[in-house]
Write a protein that binds this ligand. Structure first.
Ligand SMILES: Cc1cc2nc3c(=O)[nH]c(=O)nc-3n(C[C@H](O)[C@H](O)[C@H](O)COP(=O)(O)OP(=O)(O)OC[C@H]3O[C@@H](n4cnc5c(N)ncnc54)[C@H](O)[C@@H]3O)c2cc1C
Length: 371
């Protein structure tokens, strides 16, 4: 029986551990901070539930957001209705529940920071003195295996975020705000007893002062009645990979999954669904003795969508595109449907352009008459 070591018990590591343990592998899942509230919106789209159907059966205290407000660079506000709703959950709670699922399936959770990583003399790996045949890097942005293999994301492959967990009970309505001349957005994701307020801006030179200024402007103008002073600040970075051809996802006895592999949507910042999907895919490759086939299978399944998003990203963030799009959202039912389906992943980026062109006459008509 193969022993697999997994560094990191986030969504990617836990999905991998769960699938492996169910498939009969011996699994050691290392997690250094089991109780941490991760800096994340915690928004779960339909794509995440498709990636790991077990999510729907977890009885978690999530907020169900059926309303999604988008505020354009000029302050114009549009409202999407989400069906199904986006579920928003604390990452401390979600990650703990996913690790518990993996544990129930037979994975061993080891609450340790993996600092000691080396190739074993007779093949395989030593992780904190434990021998494993295959190693999975699921440690997020600073994964130690990615570092060891020299494939950690560079500065220009990261987007930086700052924000605050604001204490209180808030209406379950997501608000997102775009700003002139900035690629990125500010968000308000309310959860049952607090909300995640944040802003992520792409680009090599993240200006923290500017980010906080925009965030305060967002709170003052777009979150009426919300007191954001009561909370805890965070700062973090997420993947913003735009070139996928040369990315390394693994070797003959190691693999990278989730953020450690750069697998997040550069346009929306969504990463949980890709973490779950890549964790499962890695496990399937290990179980059928095809570790070396993992990169090719990623390139067939998840990468085309992410690569298309990366190509669309600069175009979608052009000022006039954002302004027109928000205007169309306020007036066209068809445009709202296309956007809501794209947010959930029902509409792929790969066929988005074709659908938009086909829908354009109807959207223009609806903008003129208002629907
Ligand atoms: C501000 C922000 C907001 C976001 N909002 C959303 C959102 O609303 N919806 C969405 O889908 N995505 C969102 N994302 C993206 C999402 O958070 C990530 O894509 C997702 O968490 C990736 O999961 P992962 O398992 O790959 O990594 P992580 O969630 O980062 O998990 C890695 C785990 O590895 C552990 N670890 C790291 N190093 C070691 C070590 N050496 N030894 C032991 N353990 C280790 C860490 O403690 C951590 O638990 C957001 C990201 C950011 C930065």
């Amino acid at each position: 029986m193969k022993t697999v070591g997994i560094i990191g018990g986030g969504p990617a590591g836990s999905a991998c551990a769960l699938t492996l343990a169910r498939g009969g592998a011996r699994v050691l899942l290392f997690e250094r901070e089991p109780d941490r509230e991760k800096p994340c919106g915690g928004g779960l789209t339909a794509r995440a539930f498709r990636a790991l159907p077990e999510l729907a059966r977890l009885d978690l205290p999530w907020a169900e957001a059926r309303e999604f407000h988008l505020v354009g660079p000029t302050g114009r506000r549009a409202c999407l209705t989400l069906d199904p709703p986006i579920r928003i959950v604390s990452r401390r709670i979600l990650d703990r529940a996913l690790r518990r699922l993996a544990e129930q399936a037979g994975a061993q959770i080891i609450p340790e920071h993996v600092a000691d990583l080396a190739r074993a003399a007779g093949g395989g790996w030593e992780a904190n003195g434990r021998s494993v045949d295959v190693l999975v890097g699921a440690g997020g942005m600073n994964d130690p295996l990615a570092r060891l293999q020299n494939v950690v994301l560079t500065r220009d492959e990261r987007a930086t975020a700052v924000g605050r967990f604001v204490r209180g009970n808030f209406a379950p309505c997501i608000v997102v705000r775009f700003f002139p001349d900035q690629r990125g957005y500010a968000w308000w994701f309310p959860r049952p007893d607090h909300a995640s307020l944040g802003i992520e801006l792409a680009g090599e030179h993240f200006d923290k002062e500017l980010a906080w200024k925009l965030l305060r402007q967002f709170a003052a103008e777009d979150l009426p009645g919300v007191d954001i002073t009561n909370g805890e600040d965070y700062g973090w970075s997420g993947p913003a990979v735009t070139r996928w051809d040369a990315r390394v996802f693994g070797g003959p006895d190691w693999l990278l999954v989730g953020d450690a592999a750069g697998l997040a949507d550069v346009t929306t910042g969504e990463g949980i669904s890709y973490a779950l999907a890549s964790g499962k895919l890695a496990a399937e490759c290990i179980l059928c003795d095809d570790v070396g086939g993992y990169p090719a299978r990623l390139h067939e399944s998840l990468v085309p969508e992410l690569a298309k998003s990366a190509r669309l990203h600069p175009k979608l963030y052009r000022g006039w595109v954002l302004r027109l799009s928000i205007l169309a959202l306020t007036r066209s039912r068809t445009w709202r449907t296309i956007n809501a389906e794209t947010a959930h992943g029902f509409q792929s980026y790969l066929t988005l352009k074709r659908r938009v062109y086909r829908a354009l006459p109807r959207v223009i008509g609806e903008v003129i008459i208002g629907t």
